[in-house]
Ligand binder design. Structure first.
Ligand code: FES
Ligand code: FE2
Length: 340
C-alpha cells in the first residue's frame, strides 16, 4: 500500500468492526465432521460443524498454538468435539477443553478453552460476529420470497478496503461506463435525479435510494434495451444491497465485505431473481464474476485507499447522491475502518 495509509495494525482497530455480522463462507462448504479455515479481520478462523451445530472459533489451540483447523471432528458420548492435531486436546462445542490425553485423570483447567465467536446461518451464508452484535443479521426478503431463485457469488478478493468497495456497489454512474454493454450504455448514461432517505430497517440502517432509473441494453435477456429501476439500501458500514425492477421482474444482490487484513477485502454476494429460471446457475455466476472483475480493476486503482469522509475532498455531483449519503452516514456513526 502507499504511504498514505496509517500503521497497518491500526487499520482494523475500529471497535465497530466487532459488532458487525460478516459473511465468511457458505453453509454448503462446512459439512458435518469437517473443518474449514478462513481469515477475517486479521484473525485465523476455524469453522466446523457437528451434530450440535456450526461453530466458528479462533483457529488456535491455547496449549501450543497449533491450528485447530488441522484437527479432527470427533463424535463423543458427551457430544461432538474438535481434537487438536498436536497433542490431542479435545474441545467441546462450547469451546471448553474436556480432555487432555497426556493427563487422562486431570480435569482440564478452566483457562483451557477456545475463543468462540457468534455464528449464524441465513440465505446459505455463514455470518460471524467477533464481539457483541449491534443488531440482527442483514435482511434480504426476496431471497425468501416465492418464485425467487437464490444463488451465491464470490468471494471476490480485492486489494482495497471495504468502504471503497461498498461505495462502488452503490455507484450508479459507472454502470454505463465500466460495465458498458452489460449494465448500461455509455451513450445513455445520464443519471436523472433521485432521492436518498434514511433506511427503514431499524436504528442501524444506513441510507436508502429509491427508483434510480438506468438504461440497460438487455435487462431481461431478450436483446431489447429498456429502463430499469434500482432500489439501494445500506444495512451496515460494509453491507449493502439493491433490487433492480423491470416490470414484474426483479433481480437483487445483498453484498457483504469482510476486511481480511489491513490491505485486502473479500466480498460475498447473495443473488436472488424471479425470472430467467431456465438460465443455468453457472452462467449467471460467471456473469457476476466478470462484472466483479471489471470493478476490481477500477477499485484497486483508487487513491487514496481510505475513503475520504470530508466532502471537500474529491468532487461530488448530483448523481453521486448515494455515495455522499454513505460517506455522511459513516461519519455520523463514527466508523473509522477504511476511511479518512
Ligand atoms: S497445541 Fe493443541 S494440544 Fe498441544
Ligand atoms: Fe460495478
Amino acid at each position: 500500500m502507499t504511504a498514505n495509509l496509517l500503521d497497518p495494525s491500526l487499520i482494523l482497530d475500529d471497535p465497530r468492526l466487532l459488532t458487525e455480522w460478516f459473511a465468511v463462507g457458505w453453509s454448503r462448504e462446512v459439512e458435518q465432521g469437517r473443518t474449514v479455515s478462513r481469515r477475517a479481520l486479521s484473525r485465523d478462523l476455524v469453522l466446523w460443524r457437528s451434530a450440535s451445530g456450526l461453530h466458528c472459533w479462533l483457529d488456535l489451540c491455547i496449549h501450543r498454538g497449533a491450528k485447530l483447523s488441522l484437527g479432527t471432528v470427533k463424535a463423543g458420548v458427551d457430544g461432538d468435539c474438535l481434537e487438536c492435531p498436536y497433542h490431542g486436546w479435545k474441545y467441546a462445542g462450547s469451546g471448553l477443553c474436556v480432555a487432555i490425553p497426556a493427563h487422562p485423570g486431570l480435569m482440564p483447567p478452566g483457562k483451557a478453552r477456545a475463543q468462540v465467536y457468534a455464528v449464524r446461518e441465513r440465505y446459505g451464508v455463514i455470518w460471524v460476529c467477533f464481539g457483541e452484535p449491534a443488531g440482527g443479521l442483514p435482511e434480504f426478503p426476496i431471497a425468501e420470497a416465492e418464485g425467487f431463485r437464490v444463488m451465491l457469488a464470490g468471494p471476490y478478493r480485492f486489494r482495497a478496503l471495504g468502504p471503497r468497495l461498498i461505495e462502488n456497489l452503490l455507484d450508479v454512474a459507472h454502470l454505463g461506463i465500466v460495465h458498458s454493454g452489460l449494465l448500461g450504455d455509455p451513450l445513455r448514461s445520464e443519471i436523472e435525479d433521485y432521492e436518498v432517505t434514511k433506511g427503514t430497517r431499524g436504528p442501524h440502517s444506513g441510507p436508502e435510494a429509491n427508483d434510480i432509473r438506468i438504461w440497460q441494453p438487455d435487462p431481461d435477456g431478450t436483446g431489447q434495451g429498456a429502463y430499469v429501476s434500482y432500489h439501494y439500501e445500506v444495512q451496515g458500514p460494509l453491507t449493502a444491497g439493491f433490487v433492480k425492477h423491470h416490470g414484474a421482474q426483479q433481480f437483487g444482490i445483498l453484498a457483504q465485505v469482510v476486511p481480511v487484513d489491513a490491505e485486502h477485502s473479500e466480498m460475498r454476494m447473495v443473488m436472488a431473481m424471479n425470472y430467467g429460471h431456465e438460465i443455468p446457475e453457472a452462467e449467471l455466476i460467471a456473469f457476476q464474476d466478470f462484472v466483479a472483475g471489471q470493478d476490481k480493476a477500477i477499485v484497486e486503482s483508487q487513491r487514496p485507499e481510505l475513503l475520504p469522509l470530508d466532502l471537500q475532498a474529491e468532487l461530488h455531483l448530483r448523481s453521486d447522491r448515494m455515495a455522499i449519503a454513505y460517506r455522511k452516514w459513516l461519519r455520523q456513526i463514527g466508523f473509522t475502518y477504511g476511511v479518512a
